[in-house]
Write a protein that binds this ligand. Structure first.
Ligand SMILES: [Zn+2]
Length: 167
């Protein structure tokens, strides 16, 4: 295993173990998320910080969108869909749909998205996030908030008279 700050490489002895880990949903450990993906050359870009993350969202889905296509449609408007939970897939709990989508650093975590359905009205679809990651708009990465950013601290150090309230 080799590791950068936010990126670890694992080598598996057999393909069966590897597939089992890749098929697993993202793991939350100690408040941090671990996502296992097959290696590709482009994955090395994560070495410089996490620019996209899978997050679980509870979607207040209108009843007529409770179809595979309806759920896929809403998911793909939010981000890149990867999973839905079992209760959503089997529609055993229709109070909300629980989906996992990859969102990027530009994602604003809106509390609803307006959707125009067919020729009909625009419907606001409520979104509830199980976890909102820290993100830094200076570094344009997930993992730390603006107030914890080293870049912001450097700016304050260079300007000793500069006062800040987010401390
Ligand atoms: Zn930063």
């Amino acid at each position: 295993m080799m590791a950068y700050k936010n990126l670890f490489y694992f080598k598996f002895v057999n393909d069966e173990d590897k597939q089992r880990v890749i098929d697993h949903e993202p793991l939350f450990l100690l408040g941090r998320i671990f996502v296992v993906r097959p290696w590709t050359p482009s994955i090395d870009k994560y070495r410089n910080g996490i620019k996209a993350l899978p997050i679980w969202i509870r979607v207040d889905l209108p009843k007529h969108l409770w179809t595979k296509n309806g759920i896929d449609f809403i998911s793909s408007i939010i981000g890149e869909p990867i999973y839905m939970d079992d209760a959503t897939a089997r529609r055993t709990r229709i109070s909300y749909a629980r989906i996992c989508v990859v969102v990027d650093i530009e994602f604003k975590f809106p509390s609803f998205i307006p959707i125009k359905i067919g020729e009909g009205d625009i419907v606001d679809i409520g979104l509830d996030y199980e976890w909102v990651p820290d993100l830094c708009t200076s570094c344009k990465i997930f993992g730390h908030s603006n107030s914890k950013c080293i870049k912001n601290k450097e700016v304050s150090a260079r300007n000793p008279n500069h006062t800040t309230t987010d401390g």
